[in-house]
Design a protein around this ligand. Structure first.
Ligand code: NAP
Length: 248
């Protein structure tokens, strides 16, 4: 059982889906967890974490806005004294064919998915460097980072961008004992993917060699490993977790 006692973690986009499960799993492993999202539902997750007896804080914040993010990180440092783990999970995936996509659609997806990762990373790094310890885990996707996906050019560009960012940042901060890794999930059943409907659900399920959709817990278990000392020699990697979906 991995023990993250005494560690302070921030998880973005954690009001539901993968982020929520990551937040709860980090708390179960002993970390104090900060839940960040744009929706008030985040405060229900904060209540759940309190039940685990961990210190927690909920912050409503748009990851694409650097001022919001800097304020959020300042609040975390005031309350907890530091930040050990950052999980950049917030992401949106509005399906749109390229010919129907306008500049605003493009900027929105890149702003949340890619600039959001830069914003939070930039805001926590000075503290992590001072501590000479840190784990940054970026949630990318098989879309863009491994394979192409129809009607998701903006999303795929953002996720491929996250992987490039992860590798380059890992090089810059390795000397401070900060590990930076990406996770690329395949199909994971969440509130966000539920809206794809039953037919699409069954079609995708048939293409997954392991025979089922992924669960948020599958991703959370990998995050816990990457957040722990057990993974101290792993950095700059993009780890695919997709039940074999992209193998054939
Ligand atoms: P989800 O169910 O849609 O949850 C994402 C959360 O992030 C929502 O609460 C969302 O709020 C919030 N959010 C959106 N924009 C934000 C912003 N600007 N600032 C802060 N929070 C924001 O998503 P998920 O399926 O759990 O996916 C989580 C991450 O995994 C995403 O980065 C996604 O790209 C990645 N991923 C997911 C899958 C999958 O199959 N589920 C596969 C590969 C990668 P709203 O509800 O208001 O938008």
């Amino acid at each position: 059982m991995i023990n993250l006692n005494g560690r302070v973690a921030i998880v973005t986009g954690a009001a539901q889906g993968i982020g929520k499960e990551v937040g709860l799993s980090l708390a179960r492993a002993g970390a104090d967890v900060v839940i960040v999202d744009v929706v008030d539902k985040l405060f229900e997750v904060v209540k759940d974490i309190k039940k685990h007896g961990r210190n927690t804080l909920g912050i409503k914040c748009d990851v694409s806005n650097y001022n919001d993010v800097k304020n959020a990180v300042d609040q975390v440092i005031d309350k907890f004294g530091g930040v050990d783990i950052l999980v950049n999970n917030a992401g949106i995936y509005p399906f749109r064919p390229i010919l129907e996509m306008n500049e605003e659609d493009w900027d929105k997806v890149i702003g949340v998915n890619l600039k959001g990762v830069f914003n939070f990373t930039k805001a926590v790094l000075p503290k992590m460097i001072e501590q000479k310890r840190g784990k940054i885990i970026n949630i990318a996707s098989i879309a863009g980072a491994v394979v192409g996906f129809m009607n998701l050019t903006h999303y795929s560009a953002s996720k491929a961008g996250i992987v490039g960012f992860t590798k380059s940042l890992a090089l810059e901060v390795a000397k401070y004992r900060i590990n930076v890794n990406a996770i690329s999930p395949g199909p994971i059943l969440t509130e966000g993917t539920e809206i794809l409907g039953h037919e699409m659900y069954e079609q995708i399920k048939m293409a997954i060699p392991i025979g089922r959709w992924g669960k948020p817990e599958d991703v959370a278990n990998l995050v816990i490993f990457l957040a722990s000392d057990e993974s101290n020699f792993i950095t700059g990697q993009n780890i695919v977790i997709d039940g074999g979906y992209t193998l054939q």
